[in-house]
Write a protein that binds this ligand. Structure first.
Ligand SMILES: [Zn+2]
Length: 199
């Protein structure tokens, strides 16, 4: 905690300068994104965050322009844009869907369910003895997405990021529990499984 107390004010102080460098520097974009990703309001930096509001808004414009150019660091910049929009959970959690494996509990029967979203398949899986039981995920249709998920999907589609767009549709879609056959929202269970423990 002490480390955070020291690191975060310094990070925020550097933010305006990093944002000025961001259009030309992948390193500056990455650093500024990391500072914001970790900003989730629990480090006592709310005042500093407010002081940086102008720089953060400018960073959003820089990132949006950068993403439209379909850069090599697309995912990192996309996550930084999520942090600019104060979507800290997804800014931290999004892995790019090449080989994403998440562990949740079925909200109905409580069994541990592995959610796989990746190049080798999109499915839910439970283990019964040595045998894995799998069910295909049910991705959300683009027109059924709302709010943040809709915005995330639209940007990925706009920029031709098919893997990311497809992953987002699965993440905000439904999964079937292979054991009890109840159907639940992947994103809701993933969010509750990863909620920080309050001390
Ligand atoms: Zn179940």
């Amino acid at each position: 905690m002490l480390e955070h107390d020291l690191v975060f004010p310094a990070g925020f102080a550097a933010l305006p300068r990093l944002v000025r460098l961001a259009p030309r520097s992948a390193e500056a974009r990455g650093l500024a994104g990391k500072i914001l990703e970790r900003a989730a309001g629990r480090h006592g930096c709310d005042d500093l965050l407010a002081d940086c509001a102008g720089a953060i808004a400018e960073f959003g414009v820089v990132l949006d322009r950068h993403l439209r150019s379909r850069p090599a660091d697309y995912l990192g910049s996309f996550r930084a844009l999520l942090a600019v929009e104060e979507e800290y959970h997804w800014a931290n959690a999004l892995e790019g869907f090449e080989d994403d494996i998440n562990h949740v509990d079925c909200p109905h029967c409580g069994v541990a369910v592995t959610i796989v979203i990746g190049g080798f398949g999109c499915y839910s899986e439970t283990w019964d003895g040595g045998e894995g039981l799998r069910r295909d995920l049910r991705p959300a249709a683009a027109e059924d997405l709302t709010g943040t998920s809709r915005w995330m999907h639209q940007i990925a589609v706009r920029d031709g990021q098919e893997v990311l767009a497809d992953g987002i549709a699965h993440l905000f879609g439904k999964a079937e529990c292979p054991r009890c056959a109840s159907v639940f929202s992947v994103a809701d269970e993933y969010t509750s499984a990863n909620r920080p423990v309050l001390r």
